[in-house]
Design a protein. Structure first.
Length: 161
């Protein structure tokens, strides 16, 4: 078994059970950080043998004006993610965000654990918006009728400063 630590917490990769356990008190898993850790695990060698592909990832295509599509991570070969069980009796909510996590056993990428409730913020057309509408006030990067365009018009009329 290999053990990796990363910014969002610790991950334990069990190559026998194909479980990636999110250890410690981590309550939020962002998919970009997750796929970065998975790539480290895939590059690892156990006993000199390559471990193979744990996940595929895609997305982050530009939609213009600083918006990008969300990332989709597909766990392969029956790999699953499990948040470390909590002692209870109260449940702890944990979140998977910034894209879609798919794959796993019977198309379920999440393995159950005690006293955790996994909230997977999925989207059929996931997007991530870079910056804020304020970043675009002094550019020509507006889509007519968009929120950014409305903010620009309110700024120009003096409604906001």
């Amino acid at each position: 078994m290999a053990h990796y630590k990363f910014i969002t917490g610790s991950f334990t990769f069990d190559y026998v059970t194909k479980i990636i356990e999110v250890t410690g008190s981590v309550t939020e898993l962002t998919l970009q950080n997750f796929i970065n850790v998975v790539r480290e695990a895939e590059a690892d060698m156990m006993g000199g043998l390559p471990l193979g592909i744990i996940a595929k990832a895609g997305g982050k295509s530009s939609l213009g004006a600083g918006a990008i599509t969300g990332i989709t991570v597909e766990l392969t070969n029956s790999w699953q993610v499990r948040f470390q069980g909590r002692p209870g009796p109260n449940y702890v909510q944990v979140f998977i965000k910034d894209g879609n996590l798919v794959g796993g056993i019977n198309d379920n990428p999440i393995a159950s654990s005690s006293f955790t409730q996994v909230i997977h913020l999925r989207s059929a057309a996931g997007t991530q918006i870079g910056g804020t509408p304020w970043d675009y006030l002094h550019t020509d990067s507006y889509i007519s009728g968009s929120f950014g365009d409305a903010i620009r018009r309110m700024f120009e009329k003096g409604y906001i400063r």
